[in-house]
Each structure stands twice: as C-alpha cells, then as structure tokens.
Design a protein around this ligand. Structure first.
Ligand SMILES: C[S@@+](CC[C@H](N)C(=O)[O-])C[C@H]1O[C@@H](n2cnc3c(N)ncnc32)[C@H](O)[C@@H]1O
Length: 419
C-alpha cells in the first residue's frame, strides 16, 4: 500500500503509515515504504500501522509502532501489562493459533534464504500443551539501586520491574514473588546482579551472579540440586547447568530427535546434563557425550550412573557411555579422524549454532545419520547448508513450540549421509 510521511500532532515525530505483509525471522513484521524495507517490531500480519523509524541501515530500517490504524485479523490484545516494555515476549500481539504458522514460515524462510534449500521438506509443528505458564527456567535481573526485579527492557539494560510473568510455571512465579519480598525488606542485598532459576520436582534451584567476588551476600547458599523425570529417565541438575524450558514437550522432542535410531556407535554433542544421552545410551552399544560446562558434565555422569543403577527392561549398567568435558570444536579436531565409524550423531548447540570447526569435524567424522536440534532457525539453516554441501541429504524438519508468546522455536532436522 502507499505510505505517507506525516507529523503526529503531539511530538512532531515523523511517522509512516504502512501495512505489515508477514512475519520475518527475528519475529519482526515486514513492510515497505519510501523505497526501504521496514522491520517493524511487535507487529501482526495485515496490520495497518503508523510507525516511527528507530534506526536506518542502508535500504533497511527498523521501526516501532506508534498507532494501530487497523488491526490485522490475527492481532489480539496482549494480556501482559509489561508487553512492549519487557524484552521477554514479542509475540503476544498474535493469537496463539497465528503464532504457530508464523514460526513455521520463519523456519522455511531461513532454510530458503540462509540454507539455500529451494524446496524445504514439509515442516510439522507441535504446539505447546499450555501456551502460558510453561517456562520452567528463567534469568531475572536485579537493580538494587532502583529496587527493580524482572527482565531487561526491550533493547536496553534497564530492568523492567515485573511482578507477575504469565509464561512462568507457578513455582517460578512464586519464587519471583519471594525474591521481590526479599528485595523490599532489604534482605536481598550486596552484589547480586542476576539470578538463574530452574524449577524441578523438589522446588526451585537458584544460582546468583555476583557483581564482584568480594561481596558475597548473606543469603548466598549452595545452588540447590533438583530432578525431573522425562520419558521414564530421571535427570539431576541445578540452575548452573542447562535444562530445557518447556517440559511437557520433551517426550515428543526426544522421539523426533532420536526416533528409531539404534546401532553400534553414537555421539551426543553439546549434551548438557544428558537429556538425549540417556535414551541414546539405551539404543547404542557405545556412546560419547561432549559438553563444555563442567557442572553439566558432572550431572550428566551422575545421570548416566543413576540410569544404569535402576532396575529396568534393559538390565544395562550403562557402562557404554563416556561423558567428556570439552568444547565440541576442540574435541572434534583432536578425535574426529580416529574414532571409527559412527552410526548416529546428535548435536544440540546453543543459539549461536555450531562453529565452523565443529561442522568440519562432523564432516570428517562422517556419521551415517545426523539429528540437529536447534533453538535458532537462522543458525540451523546456515549450518545445514554446510552439511548438505558436505554430502548430506535433509530428510525431515520438525518444529516444537517450546517458547510460546515469543518468536523463538525449537527445530529438529534429520539428515543422512549420501555416501
Ligand atoms: C541448547 S543446550 C543443550 C543441552 C542438552 N542437549 C539438553 O537438551 O539439555 C546447549 C549446551 O551446549 C553447551 N555448550 C555451549 N557451547 C559449547 C561448546 N563450544 N562445546 C561444548 N558445549 C557447549 C552449553 O553449556 C549447553 O549445555
């Protein structure tokens, strides 16, 4: 549609009226105006909105909505009072039914543009059983001077003071309230900068990040250990080691990532506390898990030991598993040419995806099948391009809505070696 410059009456800021065409990777709305491509935050497809340009970069501009002239058909009233200010949720303006296809489109867009995959396979999408109250881990920021506790505001390091967060599981919401009470009664003092929280069956595990090592606050205690049982396996962990956020989706994620894989040798890269390690250990005669965080590998070894000690249909002590504390790139560089044939390799890297040397190491290792679990479609697509160029075929893509109310999405890509 045509766009027009105009000055809003109140503050003389130049605004543009545009129509949002669709949602792009990163969760922004796409619009065009004055010869530029606009990325509009917190938009819904079909919205006609008056926007202000925040930043220009060549032919691209980043914009925010000043006024909704006409709401698109999928726009809903965001229920959270902090929406727009809090940096946490950027999809609350979309109905839950609209969030799911928008995420599929984001994945497809990344596969085409960044992965060079002209015709991506059909992408299945599994919704979250609960689009609210799903988040079982969180990172909260504290500003002691201003007595604020919550998440960073959008695009800033200012702490948005959040009393109630609609995506937290009830145990974390309660924990947030307890921390707020401590903040207000001055028992949460000293050098606390942020708090990692993870909910388990036994309660909440908290890990505090301190501003300086000298000033240890009075309430600082050992990070509590908790457990969760997923698809019949028990996992011990604490807030200092990664554990997935949306627990009800995990059995389906495990099934999609592992499926009927079985055989002699398998590798679990970025294994964390062993979410995929345990089910893989039941299916392969030899398994190696690699993870950089020493606290996570300590839990992974413990989880393997515990799983092996349990009476069960497998009767296995799980002595077939080796957990290695190392950066994946270092370990692959040293070992990929000497390991022998690998039937199955699973990788589940952080948002940044795999490093170049990680992909080079995987290609040197040449596993027969690869399962890539990703929480960022852009880095997934970038890495798939390299794997496909290295002689792999993309068999399937499945998406899991692990992070409702945000543009983030979990994806499992399965590949097979062409040789
Ligand atoms: C997305 S988590 C996945 C963990 C595990 N697979 C799970 O599902 O619970 C990514 C993990 O990679 C680890 N990590 C990050 N960079 C790494 C690297 N270069 N080498 C090895 N592990 C790394 C993190 O500590 C984290 O545990």
């Amino acid at each position: 549609m045509n766009s027009t410059f105009s000055a809003s009456a109140d503050d003389e800021v130049k605004t543009l009226e545009v129509e949002i065409e669709r949602i792009l990777p990163g969760g922004v709305g796409l619009a065009h105006a004055e010869g530029r491509t606009l990325f509009v935050s917190l938009a819904a497809p079909g919205d006609i909105v008056r926007v202000v340009i925040d930043r220009v970069s060549g032919k691209v501009a980043f914009a925010s909505i000043r006024e909704i002239v006409k709401a698109g058909p999928e726009r809903v009233e965001p229920p959270c009072p902090y929406f727009g200010r809090c940096g946490g949720c950027d999809f609350q303006q979309l109905s839950y039914e609209a969030q799911l296809p928008a995420k599929v489109e984001i994945i497809r867009d990344c596969l085409r543009r960044l992965g060079g995959i002209a015709e991506p396979p059909e992408i299945s999408m599994m919704p979250s059983p609960d689009p609210w109250h799903y988040r079982a881990r969180a990172e909260w920021q504290i500003d002691l001077a201003n007595q604020t506790l919550g998440y960073f505001e959008r695009g800033s390091r200012t702490v948005c003071d959040v009393a109630e967060c609609g995506v937290l599981v009830p145990a974390l919401q309660q924990q947030l309230e307890e921390l707020r009470a401590q903040l207000q009664s001055n028992t949460l003092t000293g050098a606390v900068r942020d708090i990692q929280a993870a909910a388990g069956d036994e309660g909440v595990s908290l890990a505090l990040t301190l501003r300086s090592l000298e000033a240890v606050p009075a309430h600082k205690q050992e990070t509590r250990e908790v457990t969760r049982t997923i698809a019949g396996e028990r996992y011990h962990f604490n807030a200092e080691a990664f554990f997935q956020t949306n627990l009800p989706l995990l059995p389906a994620l495990l099934e999609s990532a592992i499926g009927d894989a079985a055989g002699d040798a398998a590798i679990d890269l970025y294994c964390g506390v062993g979410l995929f390690t345990l089910p893989l250990a039941r299916r392969f005669r030899r398994l190696i898990g690699v993870e950089a965080n020493g606290r996570a590998t300590a839990f992974a070894r413990r989880n393997v030991e515990y799983a092996g000690s349990q009476p069960g249909p497998y009767g296995s002590s799980l002595a077939n598993v080796r957990i290695i504390t190392a950066r994946v790139g270092d370990w692959l560089t040293e070992n990929s040419r000497s390991l022998g044939p690998v039937d199955f390799l699973l990788l589940d890297p952080p948002r940044t995806g795999a490093e170049n040397r990680d992909i080079a190491g995987i290609l040197a290792l040449r596993p027969r099948r690869i399962s890539y679990v990703s929480c960022d479609p852009a880095t997934l697509a970038r890495d798939l391009k390299k794997l496909i160029a290295g002689g792999y075929s993309l068999d399937s893509i499945a998406a899991f809505d692990m992070f409702p109310q945000t543009h983030h999405v979990e994806t499992v890509a399965r590949l097979t070696s062409n040789n």
